[in-house]
Structures are given as C-alpha cells and as structure tokens.
Design a protein around this ligand. Structure first.
Ligand SMILES: C[S@@+](CC[C@H](N)C(=O)[O-])C[C@H]1O[C@@H](n2cnc3c(N)ncnc32)[C@H](O)[C@@H]1O
Length: 234
C-alpha cells in the first residue's frame, strides 16, 4: 500500500512550543510550577525555555546538545522547509488548529528561535546531551518526564528493544509519571509497540494508560501514553 502520511528520510530537527506541549500532554502549567520536568528528545523545542521562564524546573535532553547554537541553527531551516513542503501532500493531518502548512511553520519558527535564544545562554545549565536509551540522570531525579515526537511515531526507525529500554530508563529517572506523545505513527496507525510494552513481563512494575486529549493534528494524535510505577512495585 502506498504511503499516505508524512514521509521523512530521517528524524527531523523540528521543535514545538510550550503551548503545543500543553495541548499534546494535557498539561496544567499551574500544577507544574516548582516541579522538575525532564523533556526527552527535546531538540529545538522551546518547551524548556518557556517552562523555566514560568518557574517550572525543566531540563532538556537530546543528542544535538553537543552541537553549537550556530550548528543547530543551520540545520533547523532546511528540515523545516522539507516538512512544510511534504506535509502539504500528506493525507494524515487535520488542519483545524494550524489552518495550513504555513500556519504550522510559524509555530515551528517561534519554537526554534526561542530555543536558540535560551540555548545560547543556558546550554551548560539545562540542556543535557546524550543518546537514548541511556539517560545521564540519577534515579528519581525528576517529578515528570515527557517525550514528544520520537517514540512510537518513528517506530519504523527504532525497534521494540529501543522503545522498551527507553521507557525503562525514563521511568528510572522519574518519581511520578512519564508521558509519551503521540502514540500513532506518521501513517496515523496506533503503534504496535504499545500492546507489546503493556504485556512485557519486564515492565510489569509499570502501568500504562492511554489518555485522550482535545488536540489532534496527525490523525489519531489525540492521545498520550501515561506511564506510572505500579503501586507497591519497587
Ligand atoms: C522531531 S524532534 C522532536 C523535538 C521535540 N520533542 C518536539 O516535539 O518539538 C526529534 C528529536 O529527537 C532527537 N533524537 C533522535 N534520536 C535520539 C536519541 N537516540 N537520543 C536522544 N535524542 C534523539 C533528535 O535530535 C530530535 O531533536
């Protein structure tokens, strides 16, 4: 069957804003004040910058944070051009929120510009470089961990073992809960890894819940996956 969705040659360097994260993960910014939040595979998202500006203690983690701001900047625009062009051809999106590819592009530009401004001054403080499925953080270091647009959606690029190890590692560093978004692939199909994770005996100490939200851009993206430590589990 031919592809209906967004076709990407690689994991792209695209960033979302704080506003979009709030919608994706149904976050309550007030409730996050003073809490520690890890954003895994944060890339050029402005979530971390904007969160810290409102007293949410956010840390961003991504493999690109060993690059300089100028190097990252030079990669943003070509990736954004490519996605803006290709997304217009995909049949797997609902445009109620962004209205058009150009409308989406404005959000992505806002995100990466705010990210770069913060990264230039806070690189050593709240931007941590590394490579999933390893996280260079202590057990239970964060209250909440988020990951947007890496797990599940790119299931054709990362195998089940990568997903499983990433989830285990995210939960190792998380006291309260992790949220993963979206749970569909770019073809708008629910990721086959969700059921495997839920029935995997190595993850029996965790609980998985699909939570519906009001926000849907990629078809079927109106859900996030909530992962918690099972009560009584070590
Ligand atoms: C599509 S972007 C999503 C960025 C951000 N989470 C958002 O939603 O705006 C995917 C990000 O995953 C990062 N990434 C890919 N593989 C990774 C890995 N193994 N470890 C850490 N980050 C990775 C890329 O560098 C990129 O910044």
């Amino acid at each position: 069957m031919s592809k209906q969705g967004l076709v990407l040659e690689k994991v792209v360097l695209l960033g979302r804003t704080f506003e979009e994260y709030v919608l994706y993960f149904a976050l309550d910014p007030e409730a996050l004040r003073g809490r520690s939040v890890l954003d895994v595979a944060s890339g050029v998202s402005s979530f971390c910058a904007e969160a810290n500006a409102q007293d949410i203690h956010a840390t961003a983690f991504d493999l690109i944070y060993d690059s300089s701001p100028d190097e990252i900047q030079s990669r943003c625009e070509p990736d954004l051009d490519q996605v803006t062009r290709n997304i217009a051809l995909a049949k797997t999106y609902k445009w109620d929120f962004y209205q058009s590819p150009e409308g989406m592009r404005r959000y992505r530009e806002r995100a990466y510009r705010a990210f770069l401004a913060d990264y230039r001054t806070q690189r050593g403080a709240r931007y941590v470089a590394g490579n999933l499925p390893r996280l260079p953080f202590a057990d239970g270091q964060f209250d909440i961990t988020l990951t947007s647009y890496l797990l599940f959606v790119y299931e054709h690029r990362f195998d089940y073992k990568f997903h499983k190890r990433s989830v285990l590692e995210m939960m190792r560093v998380t006291r309260d809960e992790a949220r993963c978004y979206p749970i569909v692939t770019f073809e708008a199909s629910r990721s086959s890894y969700i059921d495997r994770l839920q029935s995997d005996p190595d993850l029996g100490h965790l609980t998985f819940e699909q939570v519906r939200t009001d926000f849907e851009f990629l078809i079927g993206s109106n859900f996030f996956l909530r992962i918690r430590h099972r009560a009584g589990a070590k």
